[in-house]
Design a protein around this ligand. Structure first.
Ligand code: NDP
Length: 299
């Protein structure tokens, strides 16, 4: 399914419950209060709600009281285990509730949670927020959703307060978690490559600021690279006409040696070199780098 259009849905402030006041939940509560919603809060560490209560939020004494207060219950917890810790003792209050779970976890756990919620008479909408706390409340930020469309459509206007874009992926509660984790593997590994580049720069007397323009230019070039490979990968074309894995391995070994010569940890580049070596051993020396995708899928 395509991303929903950017046109914001008209908003009538809806009373709602928000459970979890880490950096994300706190930013969400702030954005909702800014838009005039009546927000009932619960957090394990109650003091995190102090400034929000001063701004008009209601702090519930227990998860039961928080859930009983409203049909719409937004969760922003560390993971789904935390969700069960909070919701299981309060399960009697769940019938008729729409739980919008913006906690990160696996597609499998999201599907299990949706079944668990349904068994207690509640709808479970999975969310994967593609924004840091300072992106909450911004029109350009986006969240993946999946689960019952009826629940999404009913609460979409409120969810658009959290991130201006809501990308509904379908009824399968695992899909939003899957899309989120796909983005997380790209984010965490890319940003880790940046930490490695900075460590190498610093070991050679350069600062993060010195390499910023070059690191940024490198990242800015990625979309063209990705669209070239994605078309070929979907056509099962790993022809080594413009690149070869053998060249990739030689290049990665230069990277590893530059790190070790500089006294810098080489774990991440070494892992990439090992992956390329496995590709070579599997007979892909003359194929494109993209043949690595085949290798990953057959583990
Ligand atoms: P935190 O882990 O800092 O905060 C999590 C919240 O979960 C806190 O309110 C914490 O309560 C509560 N919690 C954790 N374990 C339990 C438990 N066993 N019982 C009750 N409450 C519990 O996370 P963030 O606020 O940073 O993020 C929330 C979710 O959003 C996470 O799943 C994260 O992966 C995801 N996310 C985060 C982003 C970010 O940039 N921070 C960006 C996009 C998604 P207490 O205050 O008492 O510790």
């Amino acid at each position: 399914m395509n991303a929903t259009p950017l046109t914001p849905t008209p908003l009538t402030p809806t009373p709602l419950t928000l459970i979890g006041l880490g950096p994300m939940g706190h930013a969400m509560a702030t954005a909702l209060l800014d838009k005039g919603h009546q927000v009932t809060l619960w957090n394990r560490t109650a003091s995190r709600a102090d400034d929000l209560v001063e701004r008009g939020a209601t702090l519930a004494a227990s998860p039961e009281e928080a859930i009983a207060a409203n049909e719409l219950v937004i969760l922003s917890l560390t993971d789904y285990d935390a969700m069960y810790s909070v919701l299981e003792p309060a399960a009697a209050t769940l019938p008729g509730r729409v739980i919008v779970n913006l906690s990160s976890d696996t597609p499998k756990k999201a599907r299990e949670a949706a079944s668990w919620a349904a068994g207690h008479g509640a709808a479970h909408l999975t969310g994967g927020v593609l924004a840091p706390p300072h992106g909450i409340g911004k029109p350009e930020s986006s969240t993946f959703y999946s689960g019952p469309h009826e629940a999404y459509a009913k609460h979409r206007a409120t969810l658009e307060v959290l991130t201006g874009e809501t990308d509904y992926r379908g009824e399968d509660p695992g899909l939003a978690a899957l899309m989120y984790q796909l983005n997380m593997v790209i984010f965490w590994t890319s940003v880790s490559s940046y930490w490695y580049a900075i460590a190498l720069a610093k070991a050679n007397g350069l600062s993060a600021a010195d390499i910023l323009p070059y690191a940024s230019q490198n990242m800015t070039g990625m979309p063209e690279f990705l669209s070239f490979y994605s078309a070929r990968i979907d056509a099962d074309n790993h022809e080594g006409d413009v690149d070869r894995l053998a060249m990739g391995l030689a290049s990665m070994e230069h990277v590893v040696h530059t790190h070790t010569d500089s006294g810098v940890d080489a774990a991440l580049p070494s892992a990439v070199a090992d992956l390329f070596r496995r590709g070579m051993e599997a007979g892909h020396a003359k194929d494109s780098f993209s043949s690595i995708v085949e290798l990953l899928g057959t583990r």
